[in-house]
Ligand binder design. Sequence first.
Ligand code: ADP
Ligand code: MG
Length: 574
Amino acid sequence: MEKRLFAELGLSPESLKAVDKMGFEEASPIQSATIPVALTGRDLIGQSSTGSGKTAAFALPAIEKTDPHLRAVQVLILCPTRELAVQVAEEVAKLSFFKRGLHAVPIFGGQSYERQYRALAAGAQIVIGTPGRVMDHMERGTLKLDKLRVAILDEADRMLDMGFRDDIDRILSASPKERQTLFFSATMPREIQQLINKHSKDPELIKIESVAQNAPQVDQVYYEVERRSKIEVLTRLIDLNDFRYGIIFCSTKIMVDELDEHLHSRGYATDRLHGDITQMQRTRVMEKFRRRGFEFLVATDVAARGLDVDDLEVVFNYDLPNDGEDYTHRIGRTGRAGKSGRAITFVAGRELYKLQSMVRYAKIKIRRENVPSLDQVEEARENVFFEKLRSTLDAGEFFKQDRMIDRLLEQGYPSTDIASALIHLLINGDKSAEKSFAAPVAKDVPSFVAAKMTPPAAPARAKDWSDEDAPRAVPQRQRTKKKYDAPARTGREAGMVQLQMNVGRKHLVTPADVVGKIAGVTRLPGNVVGAIDIHENHLFVDVAQDSAELVLEKLNGIRIKGELLKVTKAEPQG
Ligand code: ADP
Ligand code: MG
């Protein structure tokens, strides 16, 4: 599949300028192959997949063949639908931008004859129309083909599918024999061959084996969604599937701005592209997106067109594209490079009919799915977490936390409860973070555990808790690490204070009694208790400075071995 520069194809300076203005850098394979042939005047059949640039492939030579000074129809382009006729007319207008005096007009059913007649009467040289309406104008005498130089059939296969065979036959039969005929189609069924045999002279067949035809699988689904629920459903689907890299297509610039802001405020890493964004900014956004500097690009079709990323996990059609071609073009950005991609389309209200017609004409394979419930999203989140946990365990990618775990086990907490509590803290991280803002130490959670496990209080997206790379988590980790680094084992441990109790050997109190009471009453881990020095009538016990107040408060007045406890801070010893 050879690509050439437009400048090598034999086009006029005006056309080259127009192509450049449209931002095309080089000719696509079908353009490279057909334009030089078409310029020689030979009939041809161009076959290539959707989105391969067939429009410019026939429009550029057609424009070159048109005499702007002659006010008569010289080029007729037949298209299957009004949408396509309008689109092709727009492309022709752009490609002929620097050809002064050249006018193109789309004619299609549903628009008043009056308006179309005026454009024709004003001397349009290029007519782009659906076969039915073209026939109508011919029969009314408002469209004359006696000066026709080039007849083009765009999407010939679809026109036949739609039953335009007879109309096409009659239109071509009514036009001058010496005209040039160009057939363009994505497929070449036998019927087209018959049409070609009848209406062209020794045509050259130019077939481009397309990427799209052996395109990898794109899993396509659609959801019927009320307009106002779209954002909710979108975020659910992102969370449910744990998507991290994709484009979300909207139909307007305003929608792009709105959605980008909404997603951003919900904690998704997004950026946007549309026509009002400066070229410099655009380049920056595209660059960043290619580097995966953010997760989701919110964009209009036009803005995303120059973006050459193709390894997206997902393409969302937040708004339905204009037609099957745009649809195929959009979803072609996912699932390349041998990976399977996902395309998710939202359909609101009457858009369902539009989708159905796209499915019919563009042979799209798409299935309907129900909007996932919140429960399903929860379940999926759980599964994602489960998998992460398991792979962390399998890979052994964690620091051993024996000290902390031993403390808990020592106090008789079953290991399954310990693990459950940790998972609870991780999953409900956001909530405990808010709580711990109000009361720095969560009530029944040891302070260092809370500090360790509590993610930042920022309105983080629900799944951020499991994101190992989240930069925000780093200071947390470092800060807490210090706290349970092994303190010096000699003498009084750093950060400990000594308390005195009014019980001793006489009362048959053992160290285990002391630790057990402190831990049991305060719910602090046993290891906040350090050295215990038991005398005949009293004892000294070291406790973590942080916990001293709590121990004093909770243990004063309770009984140990039947004795009413009095706990005080020990006098500093010389
Ligand atoms: P087809 O008719 O083969 O399905 P189109 O002519 O509709 O494809 O082109 C698909 C898209 O590619 C259009 O948006 C068109 O503007 C764009 N395009 C066409 N040729 C080029 C090119 N040489 N460089 C960049 N974009 C192009
Ligand atoms: Mg086309």
